[in-house]
Design a protein around this ligand. Structure first.
Ligand code: ZN
Length: 133
């Protein structure tokens, strides 16, 4: 069901500053930035082989990322698993008793269709399912 680790999402307080670190200190290349209004975040992608690092900066104090940073500070927020069909993956997981945050696919960055698994079902880790176009 899972093709790869699509990306790792990292919550940051200052996207511009974080981009500079990933570009100039870590030597990674930014594949673009985007605002995802639905999730109240600005994101930047840094490809690393088949996977990417996704930096997320909240655009509003009521963004889930702002709440995460308030609780835990900046750092790893979620791991995204690549799937071929996110709707089918949601149904399969639900049938196995996995609790979902998203019962329907929703729009993520780069036109991806995504859904989050409730961290109650995945001890200590927020997992995103991610279907690329
Ligand atoms: Zn993500």
């Amino acid at each position: 069901m899972y093709s790869k680790i699509d990306h790792i999402g990292i919550a940051v307080e200052d996207l511009k500053q974080a981009i500079e670190i990933y570009q100039n200190k870590l030597g990674m290349e930014c594949a673009g930035t985007e605002e995802v209004a639905e999730q109240k975040v600005k994101v930047a992608f840094f490809p690393a082989g088949e996977s990417s690092i996704e930096l997320l900066e909240p655009t509003s104090p009521d963004s889930p990322i702002a709440k995460f940073i308030d609780r835990k500070g900046a750092g790893v927020h979620h791991i995204a698993l690549g799937v071929e069909d996110v709707a089918a993956a949601i149904e399969k997981l639900k049938s196995q008793g996995v609790e979902m945050i998203d019962h329907q696919p929703r729009s993520g960055a780069h036109g991806a269709q995504i859904a989050f698994i409730h961290p109650k079902s995945t001890p200590g880790v927020l997992i995103e399912l991610c279907q690329r176009r």
